[in-house]
Design a protein around this ligand. Sequence first.
Ligand code: ZN
Ligand code: ZN
Length: 248
Amino acid sequence: MPGYEPFLLCDFHVHTQWSDGRLTVREVVDLYGRTGRFDVMAITDHILMKRDLLGRAARLATLGRREFSVTEERFEAYLADIDREARRARELYDLLVIPGAEITQNHIRSKKNSHIVALNLKHFISADQPAEEILREIHSQGAFSIACHPHHRTTRRFEIGTCFLWDHRKRLVELVDVWEAANRDDLFSVTSLKHYPYVANSDFHKPKHLYSWKTLLRCEKNWDAIARTLRANVDIALTLYRNGSWAA
Ligand code: ZN
Ligand code: ZN
């Protein structure tokens, strides 16, 4: 895309109205496409645990009008929506849209929490199983795993930390393809991510999140080349995508 050649400007972590995002898949594709800058984006709505507390509270707050999770029953319709918009995006904007999901574990004890983005996902994966099993299932589908915001620790009561994968990295490292070194405005210390492969994403939920950390990759614009480059973590850079106004 203009301004970034020979790199592809990529965002691998985007939410829509299929979970707790504000825009539809079509709206988010148009938002990214119309910038004339983006090459690759992944739609990664939440799959929550059946007893997810935040999800239940949110459903109550909207009087049950909204689901905050892609459920197993809705999964095929979700993939079909992404597929339809992916075709349109490639034609209109030369934008590659990848189907994915964020398999999300919000336990009361935040030490057990992990958020795992699966890219190039073909079948539903339940969040109601150990993180290790989720990671294995991602790989057995031939999909790709991202450990999301792995350094996110918090002491605030209504926010959740998501450090399980990081805390258990020695055991799980072979199952995680890349670690999210930057998420939205947060930059997790890349040095503390050691020599692990890393990626930067917006964790998009609403339009202002467009302006956030992104990944630049030097490779061909197809999923196989992208997955290979992410895994190798060569020819990759993090960039802060801004609109020129610091007040946004
Ligand atoms: Zn998350
Ligand atoms: Zn997310």
